[in-house]
Design a protein around this ligand. Structure first.
Ligand code: SF4
Ligand code: SF4
Ligand code: SF4
Ligand code: FES
Length: 954
């Protein structure tokens, strides 16, 4: 029988990956399925739906409810179809009087202990228990409802997003299994036995106090109303749904926005989503309340000077005001005196338009993006070595990996849905190597197999990656075939000679990295000997003075061990924001047009010039830090910032603020009045991902559709605002829908020529390159060759150069930063949701030894000072840190993490060195007084130093 697969249907049990087929007969229908497929799934594939309660196809079969009983010719009894594998020649009956009676009896027992409040139940109409009662033809409950029951079981309402109503629980254990198998948290158990068995979070804690990370997998799995979203309870069943993409992190999860009119009832992870396969995290699943928060800006505002109050005006007036100011600045100070910053939060189409506005309407290349401060070294480093600025794999590829090396990334907090997938693979036995100053949560994965933690000192990544490669080369663990066939021989010979030098040996760098040489040797051997080894890295790699060098070092290690070009291997940057990949792809950097095509290339420019109808500047423009310097110097005077809070997210806040204050025209387009807006002259209301059409590109190069589910609060989608501004500046832009912008992108970008909305709608998503060669995209890159001149991988020599930011007597500790699961970046969105219950302030994590030396106790206020500034945070004493290293998150503006970070940056890309700041920490009793005193002392000291002709600092 021909099978039609519907990704939204529940087939009861997971698919079998076996290549061997078996043929069986179910209710007289012949069907062939992979060996290992359950009878239930085989039947569902033949459109025969066997009643079920405890089974669902993203969880292993459990066989507890018995509702799915079938009869099999030649076998005794009525086996459960969910736990019985299909076999060659099997003949199965799913419907007969005996089975019907059995199923009715089972349902009768369930219903006799279930509240009969269907009409007022939040899941009425969308409840599997209700459906199954109907499916088995239950008409009466002979046992009555007066026996022992659980109808008085208490509700747990501790979680801000969902309620656990134990009176409705049928103890099917789907929630427990979802938490284990899908999420990998193991927060739930079934306590007790028989009639007394019940679902429990942790050691009989509330959901909020337990290990639960609020991912929603249990809510999704629950076939009854026991676990239900609070928004559903309050608003009732949705009327329609629209598929879209999460706007938080670079995993790019697909969701169905379930709506009542234009009100969002809930976000349900989409089973058909290629990046998330129906899973979610607390942010995408629940933290969407910011979209309608009262703080949203709905009306454009202008003011002449930043010390004046804002004046609400019409769109026309605001756009006219902005355009006039920009024009008069250029008239007075020249074409190069203005620029813009694109956003990794906005869609590809919006980002493309902003850089087009700058290059075509401003007439210069002064465009940059917030990716400058996160993954610009990825762009540079991967381009130099592998020939393309992108990760090489799909997320699913990790399921074929035998060894996973995680460097400077914290997947369970920052990329949670991918973190869960990685955990699943680790539970299956893949080895784990983590290179991170902190003991991150992935190291605490339940049922983890082999693992090694390399707790390196911040700033020593390159020394460590060189040491790993040194072991590979000197112990003969390299993949000589791969190197001979796929890599440039001269570059390899040069690199090999360099890396084999004894100064790169683990023993030689042990004092620098702080990692025992034997651990490095063990890790290198595990990585190189694994049939498939993969590398995942994050901002702990890029945000360093040697960020680009480290990215190249990572690529070198993957090339040397032949771990490129197939499933289970690869180099995978975990992108922070939802569209970091896209904003880089779309030509946001000053030196590259869309598709990483250099502005200096006349052939490239001429193609763009023909379509855009202008002459383009052939010189790269200013990067963000150069814009700031030029603003302070007085020759850069106008800036358009779409969707980025540079005053909060860029390093050395004092310097950034001075630059912004110096501008004559700062145009901020955002959804909230952010820190940057304090220095703005024009405020243009932004639209959230729920209010617009477009696409995001996730960390796997996957282009996903973003669909408008409600009208923009301000009346305009972000791309429409850029179009208006271009037109007001005299450069005509004319699009009626973002699909037309994508058509233009495809026309001009070789890696996107096959991308269009029709194809995206048909396939769900496409991974670039998507063109004539790869018409439905490229899940794995570099399979046959590299997009370099000769098609070969390039080894780059990666000399370790220590950062100038070192611990000293004055600043003896090294501060590094990171994220937490419940908050997102500078917190503009998540702080305006219930996620605040998990993390309402940033704290400084400090090792007990360093705390004791300073007389610091848990919760004490700490004054933290660096060469750049000072701030105050509460202490959290934690052994996750090594002595000498302190750590904080940066989700709350008040914590001022970036006030203390210096303006050191990556040598190649200027990406700030956020991950290493030498600091001193002291206990303070009066935080605000301490800050005032510190500032006064600091000023005094600077004055004395400058009078003495000495350089500032230590
Ligand atoms: S919300 Fe997620 S983490 Fe929490 S109990 Fe449910 S499945 Fe487990
Ligand atoms: S809470 Fe829902 S999923 Fe969990 S055991 Fe009860 S009915 Fe099943
Ligand atoms: S993992 Fe990332 S993309 Fe997925 S739901 Fe969470 S925040 Fe959104
Ligand atoms: S669905 Fe098979 S035993 Fe419950």
């Amino acid at each position: 029988m021909l099978q039609h697969f519907d990704p939204n249907k529940d087939y009861g049990t997971p698919a079998s990956l076996s290549e061997k087929q078996v043929t069986l007969e179910i209710d007289g229908v012949e069907i062939s399925v992979p060996e290992g497929t359950s009878v239930m799934r085989a039947a569902a594939l033949a459109d025969i739906n066997i009643p079920k309660l405890c089974a669902t196809d993203n969880l292993e079969a459990f066989g507890s409810c018995r509702l799915c009983a079938v009869q099999i010719e030649g076998r005794r009894g009525t086996p459960a179809s969910c736990t019985t594998p299909a076999e060659q020649g099997m003949k199965v009956s799913t419907q007969n009087e005996k089975l019907a009676k059995l199923r009715r009896n089972i349902m009768e027992l369930y219903i006799s202990d279930h509240p009969l409040d269907c009409l007022t139940c939040p899941t009425n109409g969308d409840c599997e228990l209700q459906d199954m009662a109907g499916a088995v033809g239950l008409r009466e409950v002979r046992y009555g409802f007066d026996g022992a029951n659980h109808l008085d079981a208490p509700k747990d309402t501790s979680n801000p997003y969902f309620t656990f109503d134990a009176s409705k629980c049928i103890v099917c254990s789907r929630c427990v299994r979802a938490c284990e198998e899908v999420q990998g948290t193991f927060a739930l158990t079934i306590d007790g036995r028989g009639f007394d068995s019940k679902v429990a979070a942790g050691q009989n804690e509330s959901f909020l106090d337990s290990e639960c990370v609020s991912c929603g997998a249990c809510v999704q799995a629950c076939p009854t109303a026991t676990l239900s979203e609070n928004s559903l309870i309050q608003m009732g069943q949705p009327e329609h749904s629209i598929s879209t993409t999460c706007a938080y992190c670079g995993v790019g999860c697909s969701f169905k926005a379930e709506m009542k009119g234009d009100q969002l009832v809930r976000m349900v992870p989409d089973k058909a989503g290629d990046a998330n396969h129906g899973h979610s995290c607390v942010k995408g699943r629940f933290a969407f309340g910011y979209a309608t928060h009262k703080d949203r800006i709905r009306t454009p505002m202008i003011r002449d000077a930043i010390d004046q109050p804002w004046k609400e005006v019409s769109w026309e007036e605001a756009i006219g005001f902005a355009a006039n100011r920009l024009k008069s600045i250029q008239y007075e100070y020249g074409r190069e005196s203005i620029g813009g910053i694109t956003s990794s939060r906005c869609t590809n189409e919006e980002t493309y338009l902003v850089q087009k506005l700058i290059r075509a309407a401003f007439g210069n290349n002064n465009t940059d993006t917030c990716a400058r401060v996160c993954h610009s070294p990825t762009g540079y480093g991967l381009k130099q070595t592998l020939g393309e600025s992108a990760g090489t794999q799909t997320f699913d590829s990790v399921m074929k990996s035998d060894c996973v090396l995680v460097i400077g990334a914290n997947p369970t907090d920052a990329h949670p849905v991918f973190g869960s997938l990685m955990r699943r693979r680790l539970r299956q036995g893949a080895s784990l190597i983590v290179a991170d100053p902190r003991e991150i949560d992935i190291l605490k994965t339940p049922h983890l197999g082999d693992s090694v933690h390399l707790p390196l000192r911040p700033g020593t990544n390159v020394a460590l990656i060189n040491a790993l490669a040194h072991v590979v080369i000197t112990e003969g663990l390299e993949d000589t075939d791969f190197i001979a066939k796929r890599c440039e021989p001269e570059a390899y010979a040069k690199w090999r000679a360099f890396i084999a030098e004894s100064r790169n040996a683990p023993e030689a760098v042990e004092d620098v990295t702080g990692v025992p040489a034997e651990s490095v040797r063990q890790a290198a051997r595990t990585f190189a000997n694994a049939p498939n080894a993969s590398i995942y890295y994050g901002l702990g790699v890029t945000e360093h003075s040697q960020g680009s060098t480290m990215v190249m070092g990572i690529a070198n290690l993957a090339l040397a061990t032949g771990n490129i070009g197939r499933e289970g291997v690869g180099v995978n940057p975990l992108r922070g924001q939802n569209n970091v990949q896209g904003s880089c792809d779309m030509g946001s950097f000053p030196h590259e047009l869309p598709g990483y095509q250099h502005v200096a290339d006349p052939m490239v420019r001429s193609r763009f010039e023909k379509v855009w109808g202008v002459t383009l500047d052939d010189e790269p423009g200013l990067r963000i830090p150069n814009m700031f310097d030029a603003a302070i110097a007085g020759h850069f005077r106008g800036l358009y910032v779409q969707g980025e809070d540079i005053a909060q997210s860029d390093p050395n806040t004092q310097h950034v603020e001075a630059a912004l204050r110096a501008l004559d025209c700062l145009i901020v387009q955002d959804i909230f009045l952010n820190e940057t807006a304090k220095f703005a002259h024009v405020l243009l209301p932004g639209s959230t991902f729920l209010e617009k059409n477009g696409t995001f590109t996730n960390a796997e190069r996957r282009i996903n559709r973003v669909r408008k589910v409600m009208p923009p609060l301000s009346g305009k989608e972000d791309w429409e605002v850029t179009v208006d501004l271009a037109n007001a500046l005299g450069y005509p832009m004319n699009y009626s829908h973002p699909s037309e912008i994508m058509d233009e992108i495809a026309l001009l970008t070789p890696t996107f020529t096959g991308v269009n909305y029709e194809k995206l709608d048909k396939h769900g998503s496409l991974q670039w390159p998507c063109n004539n060669e790869f018409p439905i995209g490229s899940p794995i890159m570099h399979v046959e060759s590299f997009p370099t001149l000769e098609g070969k991988g390039h080894f780059a020599v990666t000399e370790f150069v220590p950062t100038s930011e070192r611990a000293s007597r004055r600043f003896p500790l090294l501060l590094t930063t990171g994220r937490i699961l419940s908050q997102y970046n500078v917190g503009a969105q998540t702080r305006r949701t219930e996620n605040q219950v998990w993390h309402h302030e940033d704290k400084l994590e400090i090792h007990p030894h360093d705390a004791e030396e300073r007389g610091i106790n848990e919760g004490d206020w700490l004054g933290i000072s660096s060469r750049a500034g000072q701030t105050v945070l509460r202490a959290h004493i934690s052994k996750r840190m090594q002595p000498g290293v302190v750590y904080t998150t940066f989700h709350h503006p008040g914590s001022g993490a970036n006030v203390i970070t210096t303006d050191n940056s990556d040598w190649a890309t200027n990406c700030p060195e956020y991950k290493v700041t030498a600091v001193q920490v002291e206990k303070v009793s009066q935080p605000s007084e301490w800050q005032k005193d510190f500032a006064a002392n600091h000023q005094r000291q600077q004055k004395l130093l400058s009078e003495a002709g000495a350089s500032s600092g230590e």
